[in-house]
Design a protein around this ligand. Structure first.
Ligand code: COA
Length: 324
């Protein structure tokens, strides 16, 4: 038994911020951002919160799959920018789409979040506990960016993407791997909440930890190393050769990272689906937004072998080989 993607969807806020727009607020340039990252623009929310992006994606998934909301059994949303500490985004999605019979919860695995969420859904479905699931990655990273920090604010964007999956007797997820390296957690953090109350002093010097803080070079090294090894292990465990893979959908963080991964894996760059120029890094939403774009363009056919691979804060990574 396998878990198969039945429909894909995505939603991004309307407002586009170009590199030139950013150059008006921080000391940067279109040339620097394009050369170092491949990003040309990103979508930024002017008020819609993460749950609203996720709800729009969920509605699209159900419409495209032709499934009624009350038939959905599981909703998992991956995010590091939830509207609330509680409720989960998934519970808010459940209410808004009317999926009254579903179990709903969120997972936190940063930019690998969609891979973790899809893997969890697959486990429930493979175990025969649920028959289907909505899996979404959704982020409004703009609310956790320090817009005066050129080293981080140029990299990220807002958006959501997802998949509706069902139990399948034939095609579906073939092989996968998730990984975590907690000892490196400090190289990429955001959203620190202080432990302060009337009985102790406010923790000093932690205000900036609310925002994305990153050692870019260390993250770069981690990404190129962990993704390559993970992809090699997943391919080795499967009966699929690298030549049989039609598309690789990498996490869209930096075009140079994708080029290095392609070189090291000896998988031609043309097989990598890249849309970072339009969206920037949308964290957990990046892989499903790219997958949906590929699908909407009609570039995937039944039985095609597609490899999804991502890395992110934690540090974490996740790779999945799918027979479409
Ligand atoms: N515009 C112009 N100059 C900038 C800039 C910007 N937006 N951001 C940084 N710089 C400057 C730096 O201040 C530095 O200047 P200096 O040489 O005078 O000190 C110079 O550019 C080089 O900075 P550096 O950080 O070494 O650049 P880099 O080539 O490592 O690229 C990243 C920076 C962030 C693009 C790159 O390290 C990266 O992509 N890392 C991985 C990040 C990632 O994937 N994060 C998400 C994980 S899910």
């Amino acid at each position: 038994m396998a878990t198969r993607i039945i429909s894909t969807g995505s939603y991004v806020p309307e407002q586009i911020i170009t590199n030139d727009d950013l150059a008006k607020v921080v000391d940067t340039s279109d040339e620097w951002i394009t050369q170092r990252t491949g990003i040309k623009q990103r979508h930024i929310s002017l008020g819609e919160n993460t749950s609203e992006l996720a709800v729009n994606t969920a509605k699209q998934l159900l419409e495209r799959a032709g499934v009624a909301a009350d038939k959905v059994e599981l909703i998992i949303v991956a995010s590091v920018t939830a509207d609330y500490g509680t409720p989960s985004i998934a519970c808010m999605v459940q209410k808004e789409i009317g999926a009254s019979n579903a179990v709903a919860f969120d997972v936190v695995a940063a930019c690998s979040g969609f891979m973790f969420a899809l893997s969890i859904a697959d486990k429930y479905i493979s175990a025969g506990i649920y028959n289907n699931a909505i899996v979404i990655g959704a982020e409004t990273l703009s609310k956790i960016l320090d817009w005066s920090q050129r080293s981080t604010c140029v990299l990220f964007g807002d958006g959501a993407g997802g998949a509706y999956v069902e139990k399948s007797e034939t095609d579906g997820i073939i092989e996968e791997e998730l990984g975590s390296k907690g000892e490196l957690y400090e190289i990429l953090t955001e959203g620190y909440t202080r432990c302060s109350n009337v009985f102790n002093d406010i923790e000093e010097g932690t205000d900036s930890l609310w925002y994305v803080n990153m050692d870019g070079r260390e993250v770069f090294k981690f990404a190129t190393k962990s993704v390559v090894k993970s992809v090699e292990r997943v391919i080795a465990k499967s009966c699929v050769s690298p030549q049989e893979i039609k598309y690789v959908i990498p996490h869209q963080a930096n075009i140079r990272i994708v080029e290095i991964i392609s070189n090291k894996l000896k998988i031609p760059y043309e097989k990598f689906y890249v849309n970072i120029e339009k969206y920037g890094n949308t964290s957990s939403a990046s892989i499903p937004i790219a997958l949906n774009e590929l699908n909407e363009k009609g570039l995937i056919e039944r039985g095609d072998k597609i490899l999804l691979t991502g890395f992110g804060g934690g540090m974490t990574w996740g790779t999945m080989l799918i027979s479409w």
